[in-house]
Design a protein around this ligand. Structure first.
Ligand code: DX5
Ligand code: ZN
Length: 246
């Protein structure tokens, strides 16, 4: 059984490839690695779960061959259980599924929770980690209370999934705080990631609420100096929570 890779520790910026130049992917990926990134965020969209189409497992396989970065794969697809093996075998290190796709509705139905646990079991065999994400209107807490023990990552969306470059929704800060409090109370392991409209102005609020992993598309790939873009987000996040202990 392949060993899953650890999600890179501490506060991290995860540049989203969605905002990169797809004609020069290898160079784009190299630029964020040289700029200090340890994680690459991959947005998979199927035109059903969200009204946009991006790419599938073959591109993930090519990216895997081009980089050792931790591949954080955000599946915005209607039937994620049908694609766990293709994406894991292509080299994804983490697959984040949407709760609404598992249940067919925002609430955690028994069938939706059973699918989530099944996904965790299948990904474990494949050496891949499991994340769960939520549209902004979905309350994560009932899902996390029921199945937070199986999750390696919780992704709180701060925009409606489907497109890069949207404005940050600060109404999601309370969801982050609630997910962080629950993790603390239950001593669970999931890491907290935030995605959508993240930049040096918004990252601090998210960090103060408990976010550790900051997905950023436009704010990183929209700048010529990727190292500076990532550094500014990291500094904003670290300033909000104070210097690391020790
Ligand atoms: C949106 C995607 C995001 C997107 C973020 O559905 O999940 O990862 O790339 O883009 P920015 O950082 O531009 O908001
Ligand atoms: Zn994403």
């Amino acid at each position: 059984m392949p060993q899953p890779r650890a999600i890179p520790a501490g506060v991290q910026v995860a540049p989203s490839l969605l905002a990169a130049d797809f004609g020069h992917l290898a160079e784009e990926i190299r630029s964020i690695k040289e700029g200090g990134a340890a994680i690459l965020h991959l947005d998979v969209m199927d035109g059903h779960f969200v009204p946009n189409i991006t790419f599938g497992a073959p591109l993930v396989r090519s990216i895997r061959q081009a980089t050792q970065l931790f591949l954080d794969t955000h599946l915005m697809i209607a039937d994620p259980l049908a694609y766990l093996e293709p994406f894991a075998r292509a080299g994804a290190d983490l697959l984040t599924l949407h709760a609404e796709a598992l249940a067919g509705c925002p609430a955690p139905t028994a069938a939706g929770l059973a699918r989530l646990r099944e996904a965790g079991g299948r990904l474990g065999v494949l050496g891949c980690r499991l994340g769960l994400s939520f549209r902004p209107a979905t309350d994560p807490l009932p899902w996390l209370e029921a199945a937070g023990d199986v999750l390696d990552l919780v992704l709180i969306m701060t925009v409606e999934p489907g497109f890069g470059g949207q404005a940050f929704r600060d109404g999601q800060i309370g969801r982050l705080e609630a997910a962080a409090r629950l993790r603390e109370a239950r001593a669970w392991r999931y890491r907290l990631e935030v995605d959508g409209g993240i930049d040096a102005r918004t990252a601090g609020h998210c960090a103060a609420a408990g976010a550790e992993l900051f997905v950023a598309g436009t704010a990183v790939f929209g700048r010529a100096d990727r190292a500076a873009a990532m550094r500014e987000i990291l500094r904003a996040a670290e300033a909000a929570v104070g210097p690391a202990a020790g």
